[in-house]
Design a protein around this ligand. Structure first.
Ligand code: PGA
Length: 267
């Protein structure tokens, strides 16, 4: 946990919304009191980027969930960072674990996408992931450092990049990563940045955790030394996302208990 790095939460809607569902999410996110010390973003399907941008409060940024490695051309089905920016959105998620595993995007392709996105000025949430096979076969470090090396080689401006680590084995599997497991992975990634990029980048780059983050586990995880926020899937469709954005804000019930006693001590 560092005051140098602003807490960051992205709620990734994946392919789970339509206009009615976006309207509902916009309603509860707009009505909530969101911690101004958190940078809040939603990850939106490409066909709804403008729709979501026009409806969300300005404080909530919008990210596309993918983009291609060139600005335009004959690439049916793809969108470019320029198009995302032109839709009024500032962020793109690249290398999401579902792109890596389901759509078989290679480190090389993701690196090319990141390199192109960096040239356009769009801000990037660059993802890495550990699968259950990686973990069981003891190759987690090799896989994570390999993904990080490939991403880092394409990044010239780290101030416009957030790194997200997903424990895929803990995403909607019924198994949760412990706080110690999350801290260990994030610390390794920060150490890699320190050893291979620079102290400045290691100190200033936000590293997020993903994998079944919810209103039940976000407060404990939010206190971890090397954790700077969350990439959230399922809970982003529910009012839970508000609790996750507010995960570092003092708990209202403890404040009430605090003010209950004239001496200011907790009741
Ligand atoms: P989850 O998804 O929070 O549902 O595990 C995270 C993600 O894959 O973006």
């Amino acid at each position: 946990m560092s005051s140098q790095r602003k807490f960051f939460v992205i709620g990734n809607w994946k392919m789970n919304v339509d206009k009615a569902r976006i309207d509902n999410i916009v309603k509860f996110m707009s009505a909530a009191s969101l911690d101004p010390n958190t940078e809040a973003v939603v990850g939106c399907p490409s066909c709804y980027l403008s729709y979501a941008r026009q409806r969300l409060p300005d404080e909530i940024a919008v990210a596309a969930q993918n983009s291609y490695k060139v600005a335009h051309g004959n690439f049916s089905g793809e969108i470019s960072p320029a198009m995302i920016l032109d839709s009024g959105c500032e962020w793109v998620i690249l290398g999401h674990p579902e792109r890596r595993t389901i759509f078989k995007e290679s480190d090389q392709l993701i690196a090319e996408k990141v390199a192109h996105a960096q040239q356009t000025g769009i801000k990037i949430i660059a993802c890495l992931c550990e699968t259950s096979e990686d973990r069981e076969e003891g190759r987690t470090d090799d896989v994570l450092f390999g993904q990080m090396k490939s991403l880092a080689a394409s990044i010239s401006d780290w101030s416009r990049v957030v790194i997200a680590f997903e424990a895929l084995w803990a995403s909607n599997t019924g198994v949760l990563a412990t706080a110690a497991q999350v801290q260990e992975a994030l610390a390794k990634l920060r150490h890699w940045l320190r050893a291979n990029v620079s102290d400045k980048v290691a100190n200033s780059t936000r590293i997020l955790y993903a994998g079944s983050v919810s209103s039940s586990n976000c407060r404990e995880l939010a206190q971890l030394e090397d954790l700077d926020g969350f990439l959230v899937g399922s809970a982003a469709l529910r009012p839970d996302i508000v609790d996750i954005i507010n995960a570092r804000r003092p708990d209202v019930s403890s404040l009430i208990a605090h003010f209950d006693r004239p001496d200011g001590r907790r009741a």
